[in-house]
Design a protein around this ligand. Sequence first.
Ligand SMILES: Cc1cc2nc3c(=O)[nH]c(=O)nc-3n(C[C@H](O)[C@H](O)[C@H](O)COP(=O)(O)OP(=O)(O)OC[C@H]3O[C@@H](n4cnc5c(N)ncnc54)[C@H](O)[C@@H]3O)c2cc1C
Length: 545
Amino acid sequence: MSAPPSDSQPASRAVPSSVDVVVVGAGFSGMYLLHKLREMNLSAVAFEAGTDVGGTWYWNRYPGARVDVESLAYSYSFSEDLEQEYEWQERYPTQPEILRYARHVADRFDLRRDIFFRTRVNAAAYDEQGRTWRVRTEHGDAVTARFLVMATGCLSASKLPEIPGLDRFAGATYHTAHWPHEGVDFTGLRVGIIGTGSSGVQSIPVIAEQAAQLTVFQRTPAYSLPARNRRLRPDEIAAMKANYRTFRQAQKESGFGVPTPIPTKSALEVSDEERDATFERAWESGSLVNLLTAYADLSIDQAANDTAKRFIHRKIHQIVEDPRTAADLCPEYPVGTKRPCLDTGYYETYNRENVHLVNLRRTPIVEITERGIRTSDQAYEFDVIVYATGFDAMTGALTSVDIRGRGGAPLDEAWSAGPRTYLGISSAGYPNLFMITGPGSPSVLSNMVVSIEQHVDWVTDAIAYLDHQGLTTIEPTQEAEDAWVDHVNLIADATLYPKANSWYMGANVPGKPQVFMPYAGGVGEYRKTCDEIAAQGYKGFALSV
Ligand SMILES: Cc1cc2nc3c(=O)[nH]c(=O)nc-3n(C[C@H](O)[C@H](O)[C@H](O)COP(=O)(O)OP(=O)(O)OC[C@H]3O[C@@H](n4cnc5c(N)ncnc54)[C@H](O)[C@@H]3O)c2cc1C
């Protein structure tokens, strides 16, 4: 497997022995957090495994990598000057453009001076007497902090497939989440790619244009809409900049962190013609949210959802010329219950002569061999294998750190039956430990920059409250956590989400408990709840002096 740039060398500066706050991760979450903590005159350091800021957009450099929320919405709102001065180029920017934005933010707010790059945090233990966290890095440094904030990302612990012989292949292998910074030239090569989630759907059309042959190994097909990406027009940028405050407020109150009209009609109460016309408009708009919110009952009623499913199946059959390939590309689970994708020419790619789809439900992979991939009916030879196999989502980056709370209790054991949090922000038994967009919060079901800013604001407000009140610790009560976990499950069970074997459910990681992890009640509702809890003196939390 080709490695990302070296992340094993120690940083040259000395790590301070003690700070107010340790931040783990320097993606969008860690960066904003550091900025906020500085504004509060708190001392803070961030540790980041990569060599620069950007998180997701630093690591995922695979060809075709793009955001699927529009740039003018997938951006920080905390600084009006930043909003006004930054010039986004595209409707759905590519990874390099988003990374450029992250770097711009780091420069503009001088963030790097408190970030230790190439530094993975291995362990953190709570000292009950000192009421501090002792955080250890891979280089053997240790720092003591009053607060520990895990800004480690929901999609940052990458996942290889569990296939025998992974190390046997003699050619080059790449994981989409650890793409070499210098890029990969596929010209003239025979390429096999495993995985058809977002990273696969985005990279397959681009790799197909270069490779001599591209064989796609698909276990579960994705629902994908054409992104209809384009350059932004000066007039729409100007209009957004003139209206940003209203737009940001609407984002905060919306269901997905993207303002859309709230649907009132059922998909089942309108005529077939009206419904098709609505879905067609969503398809043409290049917006996932327009599809997911086309009718009020798409996410909760199977029959309603089936109407969207049939519409997309029809589209796939219209685009893909070979009927058997088209049928293999049609998902059976309800639309939206696995992360849907936005693509540029994805289904069209299967009309190319050099692209071949292997349906692993019919012919599963048996092993990786020295020369390629062997399925139950055929051996395929490749020069390169690409793993677009995603992440140990939402919990992977948290449980891979040896986090010990009260009584030395390991977090991964406390979560052995699935993650347990209060608000997706903190966990009983782990005082003064916060998670940004943790399991039990809207996180991956939202425009994540909106959810990140909300959590950073809430966490820093909580720290300010403690300091102002002369308090030292905050920790959810067991009762509040149990009630929140029940609430999250109740909402999930009222939707179709649990019907798919998705990474939302942990289904892509063998042995991981199958629990629907994000909060599905919507960004606006969730924010209200968090604000009310804070306004009631942090109801459900035990605060102590
Ligand atoms: C391919 C891809 C496409 C996406 N597209 C969208 C989209 O269209 N819209 C959307 O809203 N969201 C999208 N996301 C989700 C995206 O992760 C968030 O939008 C956002 O970038 C998360 O920021 P973050 O800072 O919370 O986490 P990350 O960006 O994941 O950053 C976390 C950082 O923590 C570091 N880290 C983790 N563990 C440790 C440790 N133990 N020690 C030191 N450092 C550590 C990692 O190296 C990483 O840099 C996408 C994610 C992926 C992977």
